[in-house]
Ligand binder design. Sequence first.
Ligand SMILES: Cc1ncc(COP(=O)(O)O)c(C=O)c1O
Length: 393
Amino acid sequence: MSAARELIDATDTYIIPSYGQRVLAAERGEGARLWDADGKEYIDFFAGFGGAGIGGHCHPKIADAVQCQARTLWCHGNFFTSRPQVDLARRIVENGFGGKVFFGHSGADAVEAALKLVRRVAGDGRYKIISFHGCFHGRSMGALSLTPEKYQAGFEPMLPGNVKADYGDLDSVAALIDDETAGVFVEPIQGEGGVNVPDASFLKGLRTLCDERGLVLVCDEVWTGPARTGRWYAHQHFGIEPDVMTLAKALGGGAPISACVASPKYADVLSPGTHASTMGGNPLCAAGGVAAMDLIAEEGLVDRAAEKGAWLCRTLREAQIGCVREVRGHGMLIGIELDAGVEARPLFLEAMQRGLLIGYAQTNVLRLAPPLITPDDLLDRGVGMLVDLLRSA
Ligand SMILES: Cc1ncc(COP(=O)(O)O)c(C=O)c1O
């Protein structure tokens, strides 16, 4: 039996099957390349659902920072503080809208912190949250309550008072607001929903609506930040600042860390004793985050995401592939919508067979999120493989 097969079988034996059967046993990664347990090489255009999205796998600067921190101090609990978490928080707020940061470990965790913050701000019986059809905010019970019904089945009841508006439709948001509404959660670009980019005016309108009605506006940037879309944070494309922003995935350069960022107005709402996480902001993961944020700045990865993302979209569009209905995205977060009847998952599996790792969303959207450091020759090769695959679909 091959080493990869043996590992996948052992996964079935020992790990709860909530992810379904694994399709690849990963062993080693380097930048935008990954090898499985049988030594097969892949070009990785999805980088662990964006988790290794900045420097790719095991970037030497990020790996060195984590390794060095592991030999210095990797855990202290949050009665104490340490340099890496302060350095990471400073980089997050200085590239954004100021304010302060609460650290967690996962996207869902950051969304939970944001939910609690919104409830604290609203107080006096206002508890309802508006999110959007097609959104995704995570799988913990609070985050799940904001996420579409199909993910909730079997886990009801959800938190009370969560309602969904149509993404991109301000009237549908306005129609849902009442005296009990506390806030709005929105992805500036929907990731799991299929890389849906709203009209330029949507987020501005949402900002105005929230200001007029006294609602807290939360931008969930777990997929879109930092740097992925060609800005430090995707809301910057739309000329607004949210009250709260959530970050995770790429933030730690591959290490598990997330952030709930509160604007100056709300920076002290989660006052002492109101929220906590034993491992949140631990120095090991924070060191990965600092190195990843520095890599973005030193290597101009915000601009690179914009430039290479535009090139990828153009190349895919100009290929004029029959089964492709639309290529969309911002920076290096790209969705390829397929014609009705062309399923994304078989193409994801076929791409993997051919040595290219991509993602998919819904039933008919392929997703690309190559590490921002992916060199031109690998981008070229990967997109060539993808075009060949789509032509044969
Ligand atoms: C926008 C958004 N928010 C939250 C999450 C949840 O993140 P995690 O899987 O790290 O809990 C995701 C995951 O894909 C996401 O895309």
